[in-house]
Design a protein around this ligand. Structure first.
Ligand SMILES: NC(=O)c1ccc[n+]([C@@H]2O[C@H](COP(=O)([O-])OP(=O)(O)OC[C@H]3O[C@@H](n4cnc5c(N)ncnc54)[C@H](O)[C@@H]3O)[C@@H](O)[C@H]2O)c1
Length: 251
């Protein structure tokens, strides 16, 4: 099961698993995007908001009925503040909504998957998609063009992504006795539609210049690492945060 798989990184992850012959469930709050992605990868579409407990339960019940138990969960949904935001003026209602999706939603999907894996007794893998911005504050100088660059710090996003990295360690240690591995994958900037539509070309060039390999990642490059983290090749990896950032956090 891949959450937020209607587009972007999640869609690439769903495609990568399907190519290997795995049965894939594509969950997204945007039911149209979920249907399109599921049709493209030959998987099951699930329309659900991960922040809504009843919708999450319905989605799990449906996938378990149609495909059997979830043995790999890619907990990929993550949202940014949908406008320029600064910590000192961020509306707390917006902050709470982002916590509700990125933190509570991510936890409740992991909790539902983990509970079923523990009850089944056959182990499993949960890959949480975090971000380099869970480890570093945003270099806000990059996210605008010219001298009037907005001071975009997107505090809620960063704080919740740090929590996802810590959630990974907590769940990994709690569930190791049940052979459930929990891993974070933290991408640097990825060239997805959302990045192209929210960050202009000038800013994207500045971002690329900040990265040692001098370009943004493709969604496929992130998907490859997620598939590895979920595979038996990573059988001794749990609780780790695998950074996939072209060297960003080295500087
Ligand atoms: N794109 C990047 O540069 C980048 C960098 C680092 C980390 N990430 C992380 O990777 C993950 C995927 O990012 P992306 O760029 O592919 O995102 P995206 O915005 O392109 O796609 C996210 C998908 O999640 C769905 N979604 C949003 N809220 C949801 C909810 N409450 N319930 C269910 N589905 C919901 C959206 O409909 C969308 O299809 C996120 O966790 C993001 O924080 C992305």
């Amino acid at each position: 099961m891949v959450t937020g798989a209607g587009r972007g990184i999640g869609r690439a992850v769903a495609g990568a698993f399907a190519e290997r012959g795995d049965t894939v469930a594509v969950l997204d709050a945007d039911a149209t995007a979920a249907n399109e992605a599921a049709t493209a990868v030959g998987g099951l579409a699930l329309g659900a908001d991960i922040a809504d407990e009843a919708e999450v339960e319905r989605a799990f019940a449906e996938v378990e009925r149609a495909c059997g138990p979830v043995d790999v969960l890619v907990n990929n949904v993550g949202v940014i503040t949908p406008f320029e935001s600064r910590a000192e003026s961020l509306d707390l209602a917006v902050f709470r909504r982002i916590v509700d999706i990125n933190l509570v939603g991510t936890f409740q999907v992991a909790q539902r998957a983990g509970r079923a894996m523990i009850q089944r007794g056959a182990g499993g893998v949960i890959v949480n998609v975090a971000s380099i911005y869970g480890e570093r504050a945003m270099d806000w100088r990059l996210y605008g063009t010219g001298g009037d660059a907005p001071r975009q710090d997107d505090a809620a996003y960063h704080i919740t992504k740090a929590a996802v990295i810590q959630m990974t360690r907590v769940l990994a240690t709690s569930w190791a006795p049940f052979s459930v591995r929990v891993v974070s994958v933290s991408p640097g900037p990825v060239d997805t539609e959302i990045v192209r539509s929210t960050i202009d070309a000038g800013a994207r060039a500045k971002i690329a210049d900040r990265i040692p390999v001098a370009r943004l990642a493709t969604a496929g490059e992130i998907a490859n690492v997620i598939v590895f983290a979920a595979s038996p090749a990573a059988s001794y990896v749990t609780g780790a945060n695998i950074v996939v950032d072209g060297g960003w956090t080295c500087w």
